[in-house]
Design a protein around this ligand. Structure first.
Ligand SMILES: Cc1cc2nc3c(=O)[nH]c(=O)nc-3n(C[C@H](O)[C@H](O)[C@H](O)COP(=O)(O)O)c2cc1C
Length: 147
C-alpha cells in the first residue's frame, strides 16, 4: 500500500542554497534507504513537499519533519492511499518555482498570492493532487535524472 502526503510549511529563516542542499542531501540518503520518494519545492520562504512510500514509514517521517525547527506551520494539504508512487525515480527531487507557477500547477489563477494558493489547496485536496502531477510533468520534461 503506497501512501502519499503533501504538506506546506514556512521556513523559519530565509533558506540559502547551502541550507537547501543540506536538507536535500540528508533526505535523499535517508529516503533511498527507506523506499521513500517525493519532491520538494521552495517558493518565497514556503516549502511544499510530496512524500510517498509505505504508509507507516511515511507517517513516521512526517512526524519527524513536523518537529524540525527549520520550518513552522507545517500543514498537511492532502494525505491518501494511492495506487502507485509517482516519484519513484526521485528519492527527493528539488524544484524551485515562482508563486505564479505553483498556482498554475495547482490549476489556479497565476495572479493568486501564495497564502491564498495554500489555503485553496487545503480546502480542495484535488488541487494539491494536480500540483503533484504538474511537478512530476515538470521534472520529466526537464529530464532530471534519478535522484
Ligand atoms: C523542509 C524539510 C524537508 C525534509 N525532508 C526530509 C525527507 O524527505 N527525509 C528525511 O529523512 N528528512 C527530511 N527532513 C529532515 C527531517 O526533518 C529531520 O531532520 C530528520 O528526519 C531527522 O534526522 P534523522 O533522519 O537522522 O533521524 C526535512 C527537513 C525539512 C526542513
Amino acid at each position: 500500500m503506497t501512501y502519499q502526503i503533501i504538506y506546506s510549511s514556512a521556513s523559519a529563516m530565509p533558506m540559502q542554497l547551502d541550507d537547501l542542499e543540506e536538507i536535500l542531501q540528508h533526505a535523499r540518503d535517508k529516503n533511498a534507504a527507506k523506499g521513500i520518494s517525493g519532491a520538494l519545492v521552495y517558493v518565497d520562504g514556503v516549502f511544499l513537499q510530496i512524500l510517498e512510500g509505505d504508509a507507516r514509514t511515511v507517517e513516521e517521517l512526517m512526524v519527524r519533519i513536523a518537529c524540525d525547527v527549520r520550518h513552522e506551520t507545517v500543514t498537511v494539504l492532502k494525505e491518501e492511499v494511492v495506487s502507485a508512487a509517482t516519484f519513484t525515480d526521485w528519492s527527493m527531487a528539488y524544484v524551485s518555482a515562482t508563486p505564479a507557477e505553483v498556482a498554475r500547477w495547482a490549476g489556479l489563477s497565476g495572479t493568486m498570492a501564495l497564502p491564498e494558493i495554500l489555503s485553496d489547496m487545503r480546502n480542495s485536496p484535488f488541487n494539491a493532487t494536480r500540483l503533484a502531477e504538474s511537478i512530476f510533468a515538470v521534472l520529466t520534461s526537464k529530464g532530471q535524472g534519478s535522484r
